[in-house]
Design a protein around this ligand. Structure first.
Ligand code: PXP
Length: 273
């Protein structure tokens, strides 16, 4: 093998696969609109895993507006796929996580009046509170991720509080992409690329999510340091038109295609083509 080909092969091997975490919160939102049992988030989770999702993400909000404690208990018992429990940094949620022992938790800021998680967690201003909180989760064998904006200060602070991973908030990028403002979209994408690099260099695993859809997912899935995307609203919304299995399978394919083109571009770069 020529030297260039060897480097290419090494780099291709170095592109980690990308996981899809399906966020099933809005299946619960629909169920709760009627206050009865249908549609069942557990059934949605099972279908999503069969269709190509790797993880199940569920946000147990303090006001229980969608996912409820019973959903978390049923998801845990069903052991369909690793459970990523999104939660606020409160004593109540810490006690629940330590009891339920999900595979991972994603710590998010939470305001009761918000429609969805609007911004990232301000890690930099809460280092003293977060470090012991994270240590308790990790001591119980639970992986911890922090949902943050792609800001250098927040990424540095995330390494300081010894989290396992960060999840970069893609909401601003997704809104810029939808606005048709190419410059803004490129600027926001660059913030994600730089943030992912910075975090990986600090030894953090990098995830991303919020507002992702079929049109905007490609460039994010092409960031090599990002190894997991958590996606909910678009997939559940699309399920109304095409069914959940088809909506998840299409997202899986879009993510895999982006990853595959990354491998090809690595090969081409190493061959100097
Ligand atoms: N990741 C986190 C931390 C979130 O709070 C959310 C929204 O609940 C998502 C991912 C998924 O976002 P969306 O529903 O827009 O795909």
């Amino acid at each position: 093998m020529t030297k260039r080909l060897e480097i290419g092969a090494r780099r291709r091997k170095g592109v980690a696969p990308i996981r899809l975490g399906i966020n099933i919160d809005h299946v619960a939102t629909l169920r709760n609109a009627r206050g009865e049992r249908h549609p069942d988030p557990l059934r949605a989770a099972r279908l999503a895993v069969e269709a190509g999702a790797d993880n199940i993400t569920a946000h147990l909000r303090e006001d229980r507006r969608h996912i409820k404690d019973e959903d978390i208990a049923r998801l845990t018992a069903a052991k369909l796929a690793p459970l990523n429990l999104e939660m606020a940094v409160t004593e109540e949620m810490l006690a629940i996580a330590l009891k339920v022992k999900p595979h991972a938790t994603c710590l998010v800021p939470e305001r009761r009046e918000e429609i969805t998680t609007e911004g990232g967690l301000d890690v930099a201003s809460q280092i003293e509170t977060l470090a012991p909180y994270i240590a308790k989760l990790r001591a119980a064998g639970i992986q911890v991720s922090l949902f943050i904006d792609p800001e250098p200060e927040q990424i540095d602070a995330s390494a300081k509080v010894k989290t396992d991973a960060i999840e970069l908030h893609t909401g601003t990028y997704c809104r810029a992409a939808a606005s048709g403002d190419r410059r803004a979209s490129e600027r926001e994408l660059k913030r994600l690329i730089d943030g992912a690099r910075q975090a990986a260099a600090l030894g953090l695993e990098v995830h991303a999510g919020h507002g992702l859809d079929y049109d905007n997912v490609g460039p994010v899935a092409s960031i090599p340091e990002i190894v997991e995307l958590n996606i909910g609203h678009h997939l559940v919304g699309e399920a109304i038109f095409v069914g959940l299995a088809a909506s998840v399978a299409r997202m899986r394919a879009a993510m895999d295609a982006a990853r595959e083109s990354l491998r090809h571009s690595d090969t081409e770069a190493s061959l100097g083509t």
